[in-house]
Design a protein around this ligand. Sequence first.
Ligand code: GDP
Ligand code: MN
Length: 379
Amino acid sequence: MKLHEHQSKEIFARYNIPTPRGRVAYDAETARDIAKQLNAPVVVKAQVLVGGRGKAGGVKLAKTPDEAEQYAKNILGMEIKGLPVRKVLIDPAVPNKAEIYLGIVVDRNQDAPVMMASSAGGVEIEVVAHETPEKIKRQTIDPVLGLQAFQARALGYDIGLDKKLVPEFAKIALALYRVFVETDASLVEINPLFISTQDTLVAADGKLVIDDSALDRHPNFEALRDLDEENDAEREARMAGLSFVKLDGNIGCMVNGAGLAMATMDVIKFYGGEPANFLDIGGGAKSDKVAAALRIILADPNVKAILLNIFGGITRGDEVARGIVEALSQVKTDVPMVARIVGTNAEEGRQILASANMQTATSLEQGARMAVEIAKSRS
Ligand code: GDP
Ligand code: MN
């Protein structure tokens, strides 16, 4: 789950990372009021969950409340990389002389978090990595010991920081590591970390991505979720406890098990079809979960055929079949479905589906071919 800049910076502030304390506005008049209260030049910043807002015109420096109102009005009407801007952050502007990058990611090759810093801040780190990789300095963090103060200082020196700024930099780096660990983040980033004209360090931007698998440990983060950034299908899948990824093809897939779902997609492609989604209904899926899965697949207008591939183990074939029949009574559709069920109670499952006028297949190859043929004839 990605957090917005203002949410990330609120968390940073709790860890004593210096950051401008602005406020969020959903309309231009409020933006004006906030600018007035802050009584200073402000930056008006689009709050959308993508990078490169600056380049897209979503970050503007306003000298007066009137200007702030005008910029907020423009930015609130914008779309950045396809996402509508619904709120802006009004931050007191920080006069600065340099921009630094500071971030932590999990490095899977090293099985450890890595802290990265660069004197080339303010630009997307991927661009720096591509064009001037020597400007990125790294410290691998021992997950047991945590980030050590000497490592944080070494990074400060490596990026050429003035010696008198290094202690403050190290303090921020250590605090950022605590944020990373305590929020179960998979990524945390300050880009840019300003060197202000007063020679202080200020986190001007913030990004925090929480590991979805850890959200159970942070029930309070649920309130921070931006439902606007999630499409309806993804939201319903998450609430029903299904793993769902939308794809561009026209054959809907409903499968129990992630590996089997991958194999099903491969076989569909092998026979010349294109899967419309990845969907794992999980083990032991009961009828309500299956019904939700079917609704999610059918909500995609591109879907011309559905292939159900069920391996009955913990999930009994008849249970899934009943779920499908129940779902079909809720969601009316003329999309043809092919079901391949093997394993526990497969025969009962097939009978239930056959009596609901569904085509059944005895092998995955056969099922995939049937689905591909149907999808082709209907598009
Ligand atoms: P991003 O483009 O989505 O990463 O948005 P950022 O928050 O990083 O802002 C982009 C750029 O706007 C920064 O790199 C700065 O150059 C500039 N900027 C942001 N906040 C301030 C500020 O308070 N003062 C000044 N002078 N520039 C700012
Ligand atoms: Mn940034």
